[in-house]
Design a protein around this ligand. Structure first.
Ligand SMILES: NC(=O)c1ccc[n+]([C@@H]2O[C@H](COP(=O)([O-])OP(=O)(O)OC[C@H]3O[C@@H](n4cnc5c(N)ncnc54)[C@H](O)[C@@H]3O)[C@@H](O)[C@H]2O)c1
Length: 394
């Protein structure tokens, strides 16, 4: 299959591109490197050093004998999107290319509007370009479990049957997202569903949980192929952040009481889920939703798992929750559709935790402890990003 991976320079896009390439697909990657730009803005860096995209692609060809074509440009530029689709002629597009940090979207007005314009306009440009060129192209779009929020009832996979005043219908599951970033994903989902309805496009919305881990079968083939690993207070996902804190002897910082429960998955399962979605495309005009996570844990449980797996002494500290969210709540979300397609999950056990801790340990000299604390406050309309030197940075 000819597959374009948008956001192919990012944490998940790059390993996904390699995985699909190794599985025999013809793969192109698209990125504008804005993720690297956020690091410059915040004065932080990926814990694991990452090669630039051109070198990654060259090394992949040397190591595997397989070519991955790189396209550099911005999805909010519709001419660029159209040109790439014309040049590459994909049968499927996997769309990872969005601003993906909730705290980043909550810094201030400028970061909120940037996030929503980048994500919503980029996706709209893509929908138009696909509809005008080849509506048969399968769009696999990364959404998030955070779109649903934490309702006091079971979360279904995208849709819920509702009986109201004696009439029954299957409707999109109600969304109560927790940040302007998560809201951008909700807006995307609505736009994609609408495009499927009016233009007969076919799309899979992958409502993904929080991803952990850094190594995949392909990224470990050469240091140039490594993917990024974020641990800072703005982009670091929770389990990766706890592993860094354990290794550098920093208390594991649990926000509030730590009862916030989230769906989680191993980075290797992200690759497997995307491939399963690609191999089993929806029908023409179909918009389907898969909840892409394998287990759920509370933040407190995750801290305890890391503390138990780390051989040294680890302390857990509860800090004021910078977010506006329920610190204890009901959480039960369906996630059977990918399992039905054949997903065999990598569950979070001591071996996986030890392998993440080993990655962190190899790069412990690169940790900037000043980057870990949360700096973005949900209750404020404006937060100041502090650099590691302690100077305010705007
Ligand atoms: N990492 C997670 O735990 C997680 C969880 C749920 C959902 N997701 C979703 O998966 C996707 C990928 O996440 P990630 O962690 O790899 O993020 P990432 O930031 O590492 O990767 C996204 C890539 O997209 C690129 N990009 C952003 N806007 C672009 C634009 N306008 N044009 C071209 N390129 C652009 C960035 O430069 C970056 O390389 C995102 O959509 C994210 O919301 C991630």
């Amino acid at each position: 299959m000819r597959i374009l991976v948008l956001g192919g320079d990012g944490y998940l896009g790059w390993p996904t591109a390699l995985h699909l390439s190794r599985r025999g697909h013809e793969v192109g990657v698209v990125d504008n490197f804005v993720r690297r730009q956020y690091d410059f803005e915040m004065g932080v860096d990926s814990l694991v050093p990452i090669a630039h995209l051109q070198r990654r692609v060259r090394t992949w060809e040397e190591v595997s004998g397989l070519a991955v074509e790189a396209f550099v440009g911005d999805l909010t530029d519709h001419r660029f999107v159209e040109k790439v689709l014309d040049r590459f002629g994909p049968e499927a597009v996997v769309h990872f290319a969005e601003q993906r940090s909730a705290p980043y979207s909550m810094i201030d007005r400028a970061h909120a509007t940037y996030t929503q314009v980048n994500n919503v306009v980029g996706t709209l440009n893509l929908l138009y370009a696909i509809a005008e060129r080849d509506p048969a192209v399968h769009l696999v779009k990364l959404g998030t479990m955070g779109e649903y929020g934490t309702p006091n009832i079971d979360i279904e996979e995208g849709f819920i049957e509702i009986t109201h005043k004696g009439r029954t219908d299957v409707l999109p599951y109600p969304k109560q997202p927790g940040s302007f970033y998560h809201l951008s994903k909700v807006h995307d989902s609505h736009n994609i569903q609408f495009a499927c309805r009016i233009w007969g496009l076919r799309a899979t919305d992958l409502n993904q949980g929080v991803v952990y881990g850094q190594e995949t079968d392909e990224t470990t083939m050469h240091p140039d192929l490594a993917t990024r690993f974020d641990y800072d207070g703005v982009f670091g996902t929770v389990l990766n952040r706890f592993c860094v804190q354990a290794v550098v002897g920093h208390p594991l910082t649990v926000y509030g009481r730590g009862g916030q429960t989230r769906g989680m998955l191993d980075i290797r399962d992200t690759l497997a889920c995307v491939e399963l979605a690609l191999l089993h495309p929806p029908a023409e005009g179909e918009f389907r939703v898969f909840n892409q996570f394998t287990e759920s844990f509370s933040v407190r449980q995750m801290a305890e798992l890391v503390a138990d797996a780390y051989p040294g002494r680890v302390t857990i500290e509860h800090v004021a929750d910078p977010r506006v969210e329920k610190e204890e709540h009901y959480y039960r979300a369906a996630h059977t559709k990918l399992l039905d397609l054949g997903l065999v999950p990598h569950l979070l056990g001591p071996a996986t935790l030890r392998s993440i801790l080993a990655v962190v340990d190899r790069h412990r000299d690169r940790v900037d402890p000043g980057a870990i604390a949360p700096t973005v406050q949900w209750r404020a309309t404006e937060s100041t990003l502090a650099t590691s030197s302690g100077l305010p940075r705007r």
